[in-house]
Write a protein that binds this ligand. Sequence first.
Ligand code: SF4
Length: 578
Amino acid sequence: MSFNKLFIILNTGRTIRQGMFMESDGKWSKKYFDEVAYIEMNPEDVKTLGNPSKVKVSTNRGSVVLPVRVNDRVRKGSAFIPMGPCASLLVDHETDGTGIPYLKSTKAIVEPTDEPLTTLQDFLKILEAKVVDIPITDLETKPGEKRVVENVSCPFCGDVCDYLRIEVEGARIVRNVGGCAISISKFLNYNKHRILKPYIRDGNRFIEVSLEKAIDMAAEILANAKYPLIYGLSSTCVEAIEVATEIAEVTHGVIDNTSVVCHGPTMLALQEVGAVTATFGPMLHLADLVIFWGCNPREAHMNHISRIVMPRGRFVEGRKARKVVIVDVRKTVTADMADLFIQVEPGRDVELLRALRMAIKDLEIEVPVVAGVPREKIIELAEMLRTARYGVLFFGMGLTQSEARFRAIEEAMKLVQELNEWTKFVLLPMRGHYNVNGANQVLLWNTGYPYAVDFARGFPRMIVGVTSTPDLLANGDVDAALIIASDPAAHFPRKAVEHLSKIPVIVVDAKWSLTTAFADIVIPAGMVGIECEGTVYRMDGVPIYMKKILDPPPGILCDKDVLEMLLKKVKELKKVSS
Ligand code: SF4
């Protein structure tokens, strides 16, 4: 075996199989872990290492041993690990005042090894999880009367497809027509690995308690905390988020949502420069040029292409009349459908955006290559942008998490603003969780800030890099956490997750997440969009009503009702009048 080492740039991202197995088999399953615990490398790099089947990947934050998958879509000198616990062990927790850790463009060393592969148990041990014996249960679903529910909205990604036809037999969901593969997996497996009872931690195991007892204990933790964190909320309804905001205010804590690690930089850039944007309707009916920058909708928002790009619009003859451009660090499956694919060097998107802003104004680009892209290609793209009748720039975490953070998004927003001097052009962030946009909206209309909102002084403030969850956890600033419908243990950098093992943690969720291993109290909840109704905001800002298709399991309440009980109890303890 060769024992060469390679210095590589590590990127993380979503994959279809990760999303499907998360829903069908759960975060505690081997199938899910296998889909997040591998490294994709370029064939030439693998050959340089002597074609090992597994490698040790090390960064300044930790190391893991992973099986190698060879993929010529990955740029030479780069590697890809799906978002999840293994990637999180490697990435840096530092946010440099931006609130978002470096989940992309991480410098790493890769070398062949004889050490055993890293397992889920290793991961939990490294992070000092409190409970590893999780009572995983499926909800028993009895067959019964057949029903069809039309126009159901999908509670998975920010597209919130609202045209699904769900067929039900008794308590079983047997068919999902119109949903993508991930949506089908979510609906048909809604009963899998459910939290069916409230639990409290007793040593390193959970014991079952009544809902009232779990709420009492959770309220005590929050009321006694000096600075509690309320986090998550992107996979629940806006009605629940409003109640959570009041809990943060009453406890003088901080409330944050998952946008802090995805489109937080987008929110910052929006406040700085503003954006020209639109809803899906005009895009479908008018767009003759669609750009996807740093996003991979064919894996992460699977119906997006069939909704916006492929169909015939009122003024556009469908895909054949639409040009598609992909800008990414790797050749994603979405890039396969592109008329023009531009492979940008990792972390250098901001340079390419600035060069494009110059090119559309016919300013001379003096260097032959910018961010790995030849000048001629930049000029070709600039010409496509200027001559489009209606252009759309969709962007994802490849851009928000690039090294320039919100500065890169500002450049994208300015580019689109300037393009409107020639033509019509709009921009839209590809939001991940189905209501992450709603989480931003609720906080904005209640506090004036979209995320990382701190009530420590009795009034809202937002200081990214200080009141943002990755910083709060990594710096050990919060002394209790209420996690709602979210899984930070699976996605936050190691140092941030380690703090969860040191403070009391309350989890309110429908399914057993990896964060439940760090919980002291676990409270079950119904699933919004399946067992609970509510309002959510689609990625383009359109509010969508989520239907209830089935009753929640006996004794289980929706997030809003659980949080209202908790708020009432906290107010009693804090002697705050309603
Ligand atoms: S694209 Fe997103 S919202 Fe639409 S069906 Fe798929 S997972 Fe659901």
